[in-house]
Design a protein around this ligand. Structure first.
Ligand SMILES: NC(=O)c1ccc[n+]([C@@H]2O[C@H](COP(=O)([O-])OP(=O)(O)OC[C@H]3O[C@@H](n4cnc5c(N)ncnc54)[C@H](OP(=O)(O)O)[C@@H]3O)[C@@H](O)[C@H]2O)c1
Length: 336
């Protein structure tokens, strides 16, 4: 397996072409095993993955502390290669409820101060607000990250789930390394306006949900039981008829994967990798087994015939159901 590198935009860092998204190790997809999560981060670093993605609100600091532990216990040579992408801004309460976003400059600096402590690092490589705060102009939020950069606490500004207008306003304020946004065979909305905009402005993409949260991994099934606090228990794409329809797309993909001697997850990740050198997929592996499968995608080459077959099996907009429940869709500047 060969993990090459890609550059996040024209001003961002060189990172492994696949990043590790650590969210599922703490939240949203049911219970995870802490020791296995730490071992997965170590295995990813050993395999050449340098980009680790987290958010301060993933189980209210739990995910950052887990990454902090993984970095502390990794060999120094690997720890030094790790680049941290951190999201902030989502507000929680002690019950875990979500209560909006805060992008005010004082809040940005406060969030960063706590994240640095929990992660046990002296700087964050890419720092971004998870969702646009509708009450705070993006220029102010990005400006505050700019001040953190001047002081050495942050290296680059990133964005998350924002649309073309906000991307332009942010890019007029400071150099933007990347936009983090959902992109997969069944979430192709960014192809219309957002991807042309980031390409025009020299901004990279860190793509999340490349397996649509496991839906198109080839491992999900109709009878899978989900805990009430699992995101997928409330996600439109995982409900009843929608799920049944979406899994037929996966079976179509499985035929192509089998012909190539690879897995469904590898085809799905390789497809995102094939969309352009400016795109870095984040894989949400939380066990070493899943990680090994995901990284195997780096060695899958899709030729024109493969891409045409994939397009036929899973046409753009083929998925049934929105990518988030309605209340969360409303927070997505990228969907307005
Ligand atoms: N900016 C944003 O708004 C935003 C939103 C969501 C996520 N993210 C970031 O993006 C990262 C990735 O997102 P995601 O977790 O939704 O992505 P994903 O890779 O689409 O989904 C991960 C899920 O797929 C399942 N899976 C099955 N086979 C897998 C394989 N071979 N490799 C990896 N996963 C496999 C895993 O379930 P099992 O473990 O049960 O097998 C896991 O729960 C997150 O960790 C987070 O850092 C950002």
């Amino acid at each position: 397996m060969t993990i090459r590198t890609r550059t996040l935009g024209t001003t961002g860092p060189h990172v492994s072409a696949l990043g590790l998204g650590c969210m599922g190790m703490s939240a949203l997809y049911g219970d995870a095993d802490r020791a296995e999560s730490v071992a997965t981060v170590h295995a990813a670093l050993e395999a050449g993955v340098t980009l680790l993605d987290t958010g301060d609100f993933y189980a209210m600091g739990h995910n950052e502390m887990l990454i902090g532990e993984a970095l502390r216990t990794a060999p120094a040579a690997l720890r030094e290669k790790a680049l941290l992408s951190v999201k902030f801004g989502a507000l929680r309460d002690p019950d875990g409820n979500w209560s909006g976003y805060d992008g005010r400059p004082a809040a940005v600096k406060n969030f960063a101060a706590y994240s640095l402590q929990r992660l046990g690092v002296d700087h964050i490589d890419v720092y971004r607000i998870a969702r646009l705060d509708p009450d705070v102009p993006i220029e102010e939020t990005v400006g505050a990250i700019g001040e953190l950069i001047e002081k050495g606490y942050v290296r680059h500004v990133g964005l998350s789930e924002v649309g073309a207008d906000t991307i332009r306003r942010a890019a007029a304020t400071a150099p933007i390394a990347d936009l983090q946004i959902e992109y997969s065979l069944i979430s192709r909305g960014i192809e219309r306006e957002i991807l042309p905009t980031t390409r025009e402005l020299g901004i990279g993409i860190t793509a999340y949900g490349v397996l649509s949260r496991g839906l198109i991994s080839g491992h999900f099934s109709q009878d899978r039981q989900l805990a009430a606090n699992d995101f997928r228990a409330h996600s439109p794409r995982f409900q009843g008829e929608n799920l049944r329809h979406n899994l037929t797309l996966v079976e179509a993909l499985r035929k192509i994967a089998e012909q190539k001697g690879v897995t469904v997850a590898q085809i799905a990740i390789a497809w995102v990798l094939s969309r352009g050198e400016d795109i870095v997929p984040l894989v949400g592996a939380r066990t070493r087994d899943r990680l090994g499968e995901a990284l195997g995608a780096a060695d899958v080459t899709l030729d024109d015939a493969d891409l045409a077959a994939i397009e036929q099996a899973v046409p753009a907009d083929a998925a049934a159901g929105d990518r988030y429940p309605a209340a969360q869709m409303a927070h997505l500047d990228s969907e307005h």
